[in-house]
Write a protein that binds this ligand. Structure first.
Ligand code: UD1
Ligand code: UDP
Length: 375
């Protein structure tokens, strides 16, 4: 049985790396890896860390690329690869444009699609944009749905997806996280090496969502600037996404502000260890809403909604929205109110036990054996 895994961005690579490794080690499965390289440097960092060598690299990234460009380049690029390789199943992950376009390209070749991290929903078509729709559309192209949680499964059932093809697996991000988090951890990055994590309170920040570009991002960075100016025992570390639009706004508002460190994206291993040593986290990232609870770190989510309410229910994540005053006030509360901080800072893990990949491989193998027997 031939299984092709397709991904293109940093978070997909992190969450699919342990799965590709598991597929590579499974007898009876020929595993092929195709990257679209919707991201370039940020993807390559992950490939290097997990020692993955793609069989195909579509190398599509263009500076300031549009969603239509990504979609059409993945569709056209993958057509050729799929025709040549003829996999039995294509695995895609999550909600990026690579995910949706790879699912569509596979459907056009009548190849079965397995959707990893299926069933998350905000029910708002434009938030996150275009991710909510990418995930919904991929869900309707998929033949197997690997849902991290029971809630994700129920979302799919409400859309009349057949229960027999939904598998609750946990999120593969926990598999990846457990592989790389280490104690004690020594940083190699020059900025991080100089920070005294015992005496300073570190706030780790990331921000990149398309719907936050522009005014929302200015509000978010404005709140961060105020925090840095007001609290002199705080260090703010912001490994900036490579998106030039994000960097421009971040540099405009945060460059030169005392105690704010604008650095390049970190390799996954130092990054999660930075999260583990942080006081709390401010982010609009999806994946970090899953990692932070597992690490027991409070997260303020700078978005209007989340498709990951499990972390909010568990108490470690709060929606802070995109208003400057609210983000500032909620952050300040964590810095001045010990009880409020303690209430959020506990390790819970609604997203799995680190064995998600095993469950996915098992389901794929069972499908392969069933189809062989019926031929
Ligand atoms: C993409 C995904 C988003 C995901 C995010 C994770 C879409 C539409 N968006 O958003 O769902 O949450 O990745 O980070 O699928 N760039 C580089 N080098 C890199 C990566 C990006 O230079 O390694 C720059 C390029 O100029 C590129 C721009 O960033 O054009 C934006 O990248 P793109 O993949 O289009 O969007 P993201 O905002 O990264
Ligand atoms: N991450 C990383 N280096 C960084 C910032 C984030 O490795 O400098 C990791 C983070 O731990 C998480 C993933 O990248 O696993 C999140 O990616 P991103 O925020 O780009 O996408 P999203 O999670 O929003 O889809």
């Amino acid at each position: 049985m031939k299984v092709m895994t397709v991904f293109g961005t940093r978070p997909e690579a992190i969450k699919m790396a342990p799965l590709v490794k598991a597929l590579n080690e499974t007898e009876g499965i020929e595993s092929v890896l195709c990257v679209t390289a919707q991201h370039r440097e940020m993807l390559d960092q992950v490939l290097e860390l997990f020692q993955l060598v793609p069989d195909y690299d579509l190398n599509i990234m263009k500076p300031n690329q549009t969603i239509s460009q990504i979609t059409s380049n993945v569709l056209v690029g993958l057509e050729e690869v799929l025709k040549k390789e003829k996999p039995d199943v294509v695995l895609v992950h999550g909600d990026t444009t690579t995910t949706f376009a790879a699912g569509l390209a596979s459907f056009y070749q009548q190849i079965k699609v397995g959707h990893v991290e299926a069933g998350l929903r905000t029910y708002d078509k434009y938030s996150p944009y275009p991710e909510e729709m990418n995930r919904v559309l991929t869900g309707h192209l998929a033949d197997f749905h690997f849902a991290p949680t029971e809630r994700n499964k129920n979302n799919l059932l409400r859309e009349s997806i057949n229960e027999n093809i939904i598998y609750i697996t946990g999120n593969t991000v926990i598999d990846a996280l457990l592989e790389v988090v280490e104690k004690p951890y020594e940083f190699e990055d020059e900025t991080l090496k100089k920070i005294n994590f015992e005496q300073r309170r570190v706030i780790t920040v990331t921000c990149h969502r398309r719907e936050n570009l522009g005014e929302n991002m200015e509000n978010i960075f404005g709140a961060i600037r105020r925090l840095a100016e007001e609290f002199d025992d705080v260090e703010i570390i912001y490994p900036m996404h490579m998106n030039p639009k994000v960097r421009e706004t971040a540099n405009k508002i945060l460059n030169g502000v005392p105690r704010v460190h604008l650095i390049d994206p970190l390799q996954y291993q130092p990054f999660v260890n930075l999260m583990a040593k942080s006081f709390f986290i401010i982010t609009d990232s999806g994946g970090m809403q899953e990692e932070a609870p597992a690490l027991g770190k409070p997260v303020l989510v700078v978005r209007k909604e989340t498709e990951r309410p499990e972390a909010v229910e568990a108490g470690t994540a709060k929606l802070a929205g995109i208003d400057l005053e609210t983000i500032y006030a909620m952050s300040k509360e964590l810095l001045v109110n010990q009880a409020a901080y303690d209430e959020m800072a506990h390790a819970v893990n609604p997203y799995g036990d680190g064995h998600a990949c095993e469950r996915i491989v098992k389901a794929i193998k069972a499908y392969g054996e069933k189809s062989t027997n019926s031929n």
